[in-house]
Design a protein around this ligand. Structure first.
Ligand code: FAS
Ligand code: PHB
Length: 394
């Protein structure tokens, strides 16, 4: 098989890249290891930055998100038993975020691609990348028990943190930057009306907790836990009890609403960046190149930012013969990535309990939260990062 751009992975990065390339008249094929049902049911991110919302709508794949997504113009930070709202509408020039599950974005992008006859080969496991240092690279993959090849001009590695594309870059070319956090998030999806209209991030002496949602009927809730937490030790009752303890305020009658738990899982937390994000005709995007702790709600948004840059660069290269944007792909993406890493690290460090923290450290954390919720300058910084820095600022 032959195409212009061979894409490994049908997550947000691969699917959005294929869509943006299609709008530029550039042909691509996506190879996805899993089934369509698996990728459409994989529960992950939940918050979409303003510019990503605008891009999905402008490019014709945001209709259902407009109808079903929940637009939010603020979040609440809770500490010392009290809540403090960060007002995006006031502090971020009217920009907000949209709460709409990543799996819903994936469904919309797959439906759009199949509707215009774009190719997604499901259950196609990419096995190796060949000749990426030439102008005729190709991907070896397995489908229906057969070894096959996808020949292309360019390969986009959109295969996530555990994919094969990043490891395909020869030893010694890449630099790795990583911080592994000493905790994870135990997350539940529950058939329970969210007890708050907006997200609540809570810093409690027992640990962090987050109240999010997927719809007026479905809550998405997280508590900080050990990174290798044994889920069998966390029956629903224990999860709800910890959520009540860490989220509930004192002095008012606000209470969490419980309901049947539909899904439960533990997500480890790390900050990770690889530099550069390209080698020869291979370009890494999204989680294949970087991971952020989910506290800043940046993961999926960063993946979309990478492919926005890459699609423009590929169009200039494949249609006008200009290589400059492609040569500066990594540098352009890394400016935004490192700012998102800083913000995600800052939110994580401010809100989570660290075993090695002394009483001094806990007081310092509470002072930081007090400053962020009482200083317009500090709250503005949080707000403009949370809703998403403008793409041109990179
Ligand atoms: P993805 O991992 O989404 O997609 C990669 C795709 O490549 C997958 O479909 C995979 O099957 C496929 N693939 C891998 N190897 C392949 C091969 N050899 N051949 C073919 N296909 C292959 N972010 C947030 O902002 N908030 C959150 O709450 C949040 N929660 C998360 C929970 C979990 C468990 C994980 C893992 C991540 C979470 N993230 C969250 C981050 C997540 O949203 C990512 O940022 C986002 O999925 C990145 O998208 P992609 O780069 O497309 O990678
Ligand atoms: C989610 O709804 O899954 C979510 C929201 C905000 C975060 C992380 C996850 O920071």
């Amino acid at each position: 098989m032959r195409t212009e751009v061979g894409i490994v992975g049908a997550g947000p990065a691969g699917l959005m890249l294929a869509h943006l390339l299609h709008l530029e008249g550039i042909e691509s094929v996506i190879l996805e290891a899993r089934t369509r049902q698996y990728v459409e049911e994989r529960i992950r991110a939940g918050v979409i930055e303003q510019w990503v919302r605008d891009l999905l709508i402008e490019t014709g794949v945001g209709g259902r998100m407009e109808r079903e997504g929940l637009v939010h113009h603020g979040i609440e930070l809770r500490f010392k038993g009290a809540g403090h709202r960060i007002d995006f509408a006031d502090l971020a020039g009217g920009r907000g975020v949209t709460v709409y599950g990543q799996h819903e974005v994936v469904k919309d992008l797959i439906a759009a691609r199949l509707a215009y006859g774009g190719e997604i080969v499901f259950e196609a496991q990419a096995a190796s990348l060949q000749d990426v240092e030439t102008d005729k690279p190709f991907i070896r993959y397995r489908k229906d028990g057969e070894e096959r090849e996808l020949h292309c001009d360019v390969i986009a590695g959109c295969d996530g943190f555990h994919g094969i594309c990043r490891p395909a870059v020869p030893e010694g070319v890449l630099s790795f930057f990583e911080r592994v956090y000493p905790f994870g998030w135990l997350g539940i999806l529950a058939k329970a009306p969210p007890a708050s209209e907006e997200l609540i991030y809570s810093s409690h002496d027992e640990g962090f907790a987050l109240l999010s949602m997927r719809s007026p009927e479905i809550s998405r809730l997280y508590i900080q836990c050990h990174p290798d937490e044994d889920l069998s030790q966390w029956p629903d009752e224990r999860v709800w009890s910890e959520l009540h303890r860490r989220l509930e305020t004192t002095g008012d009658d606000w209470h969490l609403t419980e309901g049947p738990v539909l899904q439960k899982g533990v997500t480890a937390m790390r900050s990770f960046v690889v530099e550069p994000m390209q080698h020869g005709r291979l370009f890494l995007t999204g989680d294949a190149a970087h991971i952020v702790p989910p506290t800043g709600a940046k993961g999926m948004n960063l993946a979309i930012a990478d492919v926005r840059v890459l699609s423009r660069a590929l169009s200039a290269f494949l249609r006008q013969g200009r290589a400059d944007l492609l040569e500066s792909y990594s540098e352009t993406c890394l400016r935004r990535i490192w700012k998102a890493q800083r913000f995600s690290w800052w939110m994580t460090s401010m809100l989570h309990r660290f075993d090695e923290h002394t009483p001094f450290d806990r007081r310092r954390q509470l002072a930081e939260l007090d400053y962020v919720t009482s200083s317009r300058a500090a709250a503005t910084s949080l707000a403009e990062n949370y809703v998403g820095l403008p793409m041109e600022q990179a």
